[in-house]
Design a protein around this ligand. Structure first.
Ligand SMILES: [Zn+2]
Length: 111
């Protein structure tokens, strides 16, 4: 049995596609809105939406733009990073240390 992953169109936020591989995002043409868009891993999007509804106190969530919010969500979902690993500087989310590759499934936050 395959374990399909769901990816959601970041333009219309409605269309989803399934792929057998697990990655943070992919870029395909959305058949719903007709745009060549980034489709984000739906697990990441669910985290993003949860923070939109209930912003985390650890970081200055409201200062981030949507892309940055998605980056933070992606790091939280797809690595072992926690909110304490992020610093909000000049409106940018930074993971601080060198990025661990997220493709390995369980990436190390490095200490
Ligand atoms: Zn779309």
């Amino acid at each position: 049995m395959s374990r399909n992953r769901t990816y959601r169109c970041l333009n219309c936020l409605e269309h989803t596609v399934s792929r057998e591989f697990d990655t943070s995002h992919l870029s395909v043409t959305c058949p719903n809105c007709g745009s060549f868009e980034r489709f984000v891993n739906d697990a990441v999007f669910q985290q993003f939406r949860a923070f939109e509804e209930s912003p985390p106190v650890e970081i200055d969530w409201e200062r981030l733009d949507r892309t940055e919010k998605l980056i933070v969500s992606e790091r939280l979902v797809r690595s072992t990073k926690t909110l304490a690993d992020f610093e909000v500087v000049e409106g940018q989310a930074s993971a601080g240390k060198a990025e661990a590759p997220a493709e390995e499934g369980e990436a190390s936050a490095g200490g």
